[in-house]
Write a protein that binds this ligand. Structure first.
Ligand SMILES: *[C@@H]1O[C@H](CO)[C@@H](O)[C@H](O)[C@H]1NC(C)=O
Ligand SMILES: *[C@@H]1O[C@H](CO)[C@@H](O)[C@H](O)[C@H]1NC(C)=O
Ligand SMILES: *[C@@H]1O[C@H](CO)[C@@H](O)[C@H](O)[C@H]1NC(C)=O
Ligand SMILES: *[C@@H]1O[C@H](CO)[C@@H](O)[C@H](O)[C@H]1NC(C)=O
Ligand SMILES: *[C@@H]1O[C@H](CO)[C@@H](O)[C@H](O)[C@H]1NC(C)=O
Ligand SMILES: *[C@@H]1O[C@H](CO)[C@@H](O)[C@H](O)[C@H]1NC(C)=O
Length: 360
């Protein structure tokens, strides 16, 4: 029995160690395209089993499971280079958790149908990436290089990319035009880098961008000229000096906005900055706000916990109260502030008519 428990503990531990966050956004799998539903085979099955059951050629350093004939799992085995002789059939290449620092021109030259390239948790350096290494990968749609040592966005990115995940690197600037042909890119993760500004033209071309994560960088103000298609904008963990009236004004599709841990103070936050009628969810938790700003009536989720709010004004949620003018707020978090239930004015129930949960 003791031995069995020990085995279970070891197994659990191994699973946790092997678990990666891939930039924190789940990957949606399209089985109709033959996309594999696991990103790693580590700890799942005996490698010898894969070899014995798959007659296809497979590089020595990798695993080639028969159920996903176009996937190649070469993750977490201390590789310092991309393996040689990658089979031409390879569409899904898993190389996360290795020691790869460079990407050469020839490394991927023999495969033409690559769709996913997963390089999280390696030691990739920008000066060791060949400028044109990815240029010919016309089928590539997901490029993951979270947790590496990149100091700039890789160049000559293939134009079919849909997801580019570069979280937790050392990227301090974006070359003008770096994204200019990426018309199909919907997700761009750049959290945990060293960006201070985004200048005119930096994000030009990202006409389909939906989600942009810029959390944990060095921005002191909200970057201007973000793609107007953006629906999810994450800017938490930047020390923002304030918010202007027009900080989000060109973001006509903005639905989810995260600004927690930004050191925001009420006196430097413009009262009307969140008057964005597309907004559904707003996270302002862990700031130094003393008042609730004016909010659009479309807002459904507001997180303002751990601020210094002293009062509740119904006017923040409803400019007027009438048969059709009321707040759509469902979840309201005001816990960890300087106010209590008693401070809710009597008229709040007429304004917050569809509220499901309110935490004070
Ligand atoms: C990666 O390389 C470093 C030194 O260059 C070494 O200490 C480390 O053990 C290597 N990691 C793996 C997984 O091989
Ligand atoms: C690519 O294919 C050529 C010809 O088959 C071979 O000589 C070369 O070693 C291959 N390169 C890599 C990196 O696998
Ligand atoms: C890309 O394709 C072009 C045209 O086929 C070829 O000349 C070039 O060498 C290729 N580049 C790489 C990095 O494979
Ligand atoms: C972008 O997506 C569209 C629609 O899926 C597709 O037709 C087009 O070829 C893609 N563009 C590139 C450069 O892959
Ligand atoms: C922000 O920083 C806090 C404290 O360091 C951390 O707990 C949190 O996970 C970070 N959040 C994001 C979105 O980076
Ligand atoms: C909020 O914006 C709308 C236009 O989107 C405008 O009509 C309205 O006057 C603004 N409200 C305030 C209080 O500024």
């Amino acid at each position: 029995m003791a031995l069995l428990c020990y085995a279970v503990v070891v197994l659990l531990f191994a699973t946790v160690v092997a678990d990666m966050d891939y930039g924190g956004v789940p990957l949606w799998i399209n089985r109709f395209l033959g996309e594999p539903s696991v990103l790693s085979l580590q700890g799942r099955m005996d490698p010898a089993w894969f070899r014995a059951n798959n007659p296809q050629a497979c590089p020595q350093q990798c695993e080639c499971p028969i159920q996903w004939p176009t996937a190649l799992y070469c993750d977490q085995r201390g590789l310092t280079d991309i393996p040689d002789s990658l089979p031409d059939r390879t569409q899904y290449l898993f190389l996360q958790g290795n020691n790869i620092s460079s990407l050469s021109l020839s490394g991927l030259a023999n495969i033409t149908g690559l769709r996913w390239l997963i390089l999280d948790h390696n030691q990739l350096q920008s000066d060791k990436m060949d400028q044109l290494a990815l240029q010919n990968q016309t089928k590539l749609c997901h490029l993951f290089a979270n947790y590496n040592h990149l100091s700039s966005v890789p160049s000559a990115l293939p134009t079919g990319l849909k997801q580019l995940r570069l979280a937790h690197n050392q990227i301090s600037s974006i070359r003008p035009g770096a994204f200019q042909n990426l018309h199909n890119l919907t997700l761009l993760l750049l959290q945990g880098n060293r960006l201070k500004t985004i200048t005119e033209g930096d994000l030009k071309g990202l006409v389909s961008l939906n989600m942009l994560d810029l959390s944990g960088n060095m921005f002191s103000s909200v970057p201007r000229r973000l793609p107007p298609s953006t629906q999810q904008l994450y800017l938490s963990n930047n020390s923002l000096s304030g918010l202007d009236k027009d900080s989000f004004v060109n973001l006509l599709n903005l639905k989810y906005l995260r600004l927690s841990h930004c050191g925001l103070q009420s006196r430097s936050v413009h009262q009307q900055v969140f008057n964005v009628s597309s907004l559904v969810e707003l996270d302002l938790s862990y700031n130094k706000l003393t008042a609730i700003p004016t909010l659009p009536t479309t807002l459904q989720y507001l997180y303002m916990e751990a601020n210094e709010i002293r009062e509740f004004s119904t006017k923040s949620f409803c400019r007027e109260v009438g048969p059709v003018s009321y707040s759509r707020m469902k979840i309201l978090r005001l816990d960890g502030n300087k106010m209590s239930h008693q401070q809710l004015p009597p008229d709040w129930v007429f304004c917050l008519r569809v509220i499901e949960n309110i935490y004070i």
